[in-house]
Ligand binder design. Sequence first.
Ligand SMILES: Cc1cc2nc3c(=O)[nH]c(=O)nc-3n(C[C@H](O)[C@H](O)[C@H](O)COP(=O)(O)OP(=O)(O)OC[C@H]3O[C@@H](n4cnc5c(N)ncnc54)[C@H](O)[C@@H]3O)c2cc1C
Length: 461
Amino acid sequence: MRIRMALGIWLLGITLAWLAVAPFDPGVLPLVDPQGAASGGWRLRQHALYLSGLWSIGLMCLAMLLSLRLPWLERPLGGMDQVYRLHKWAGIGAAVTALLHWGAKESSGAIKALWGTAGRSGRDAVLPWLADFRGLAKDLGEWAFYLLLAMMALTLLTRLLSYRPWRLLHRAMPLLFLALAFHTVALMPLDFWSLPLGLLMGALLLLGSAAALWSLAGWIGRSRRHAGRIQSVRVLGDGSERAPVEVICALSSRWPGHRAGQFAFVRFDRSEGAHPFTIASAPGSLGTSEQGEPLLRLIIKPLGDYTRSLGQRLRAGQHVDIEGPYGRFDGQGGRGRRQVWVAGGAGVTPFLSLLEARQPGVEPSRSRALPAHLHYCTRDAADDPLLPRVRSLCERARPPVALTVHDDAQGQRLTPQALEAGAAGPLDIWFCGPRGLGDALHAHARGPRPWRLHRESFAMR
Ligand SMILES: Cc1cc2nc3c(=O)[nH]c(=O)nc-3n(C[C@H](O)[C@H](O)[C@H](O)COP(=O)(O)OP(=O)(O)OC[C@H]3O[C@@H](n4cnc5c(N)ncnc54)[C@H](O)[C@@H]3O)c2cc1C
């Protein structure tokens, strides 16, 4: 909802600024005059070309700004995972509107073939110092457009390219942005540089270009990166390939601390880069190392090629960089609403931290926690190394947390309806788990039910 609203407000702002500089009479009707000249058609094409171009570059600027991982955006958008979702949809929106822009440009062939060039207005004047770069700006724009479409296809059709090479390619997006920013500045009509559109686009292009250069320099998240070391590594459960790994990290005293439910970008290995993992311990619950360094826990499930190798790769004493903390998944809903927590698979990690924050002896969080009901979905309860820990944390939690286990191996699949069983009044649902279950809850929450769904997204592509 917030994502749709943010995109809507962004596009509306650009459209209103364009309307303020567009001619009062758009001059599009009739499309073809009685003499057979398509002056209206040509004008319509011109408006569509400019407006779609403004939308597309405006959304690209938004995507670039969001890629900076600015912590102050977390509050209005509901967490860094949501900032990433907006970044993704802004990128997709930029590609779709670029397609409209390209379509408007290519429509000249059809208009010419049907009605000829009579009534077509001449080229608009552009910034004089860039007038000689018209050809270059057009070519750059066209190539950047094809690459943008290819990137969108690779982002949406995840089977085409696995995450790692996709991520490497995605790092080149700032270069694509800079090419499109040049295309815009060189080809935007001179009239558009007047207020308020000129100020808006000037500011967006400047900020977007600065963000692109920041990203190319590798400075994103730099001020929130903290050096640390691995204190201990333990493969949980039967120690098999599918077992999760528990990693305790000792951080420098500059670590600002975290709130239960937050996550961090963790880099064990320079060549691999950072992966997001939830901090699966409550603030201060693990105390400090012998050297007085704050400790925190990660629980990593072997869900992909890299995470599968971590059990063998990681050793105590190894260096680790932790960037964060990020996120607002705090499990604290509104008063008068029943708090329902839903965890599936690796999605149990934020709840481990929230449960640990409710244990006797752990410093309570500043906001007052409410009783909750945790629904934990597991593939096989008999074989789940985290289940005993979840049970004992729930038993000792204050305020209390009731636990219901949904065991796939016994055919106990959680349905959205089960969350309402025996419940009166509105619900606050906190969900972290597989996308399919999240989508089912989302669809259910949109019905005529007093549900509020808070969803931590584990997918960043
Ligand atoms: C906010 C958040 C918190 C998370 N917390 C945990 C946790 O506590 N425990 C846990 O086991 N898993 C957690 N994950 C998932 C974890 O990040 C991925 O499972 C892991 O990065 C997979 O890496 P891979 O190379 O082994 O897998 P791959 O097979 O290469 O990738 C599998 C999927 O993981 C995601 N992914 C891979 N690399 C990255 C990356 N560098 N950055 C972002 N996403 C990536 C992509 O969606 C990809 O499609 C979390 C994810 C997010 C977004």
